[in-house]
Design a protein around this ligand. Sequence first.
Ligand SMILES: [Zn+2]
Length: 73
Amino acid sequence: MSTQTPWPERTVARYLTVGGATVDIDELNMSRCAGCNEDDSDDRFVSRGNPLRRARRWAQEHAETCRAMPKPA
Ligand SMILES: [Zn+2]
């Protein structure tokens, strides 16, 4: 299975969800799921410390549980 489609501009990390969608982290350390459109904005401003680490943690945890299918292109 190939998941090597081109990444959107400014995407710095991408996680594959169990539903087959992707969670992208952009250069502002914001995570967004392309399947359910959920993002990490709820905890983005309350969290301290390394923002990229926080974004990666959100993306990883979301990717493990989200079963939303990716939207057809
Ligand atoms: Zn999702």
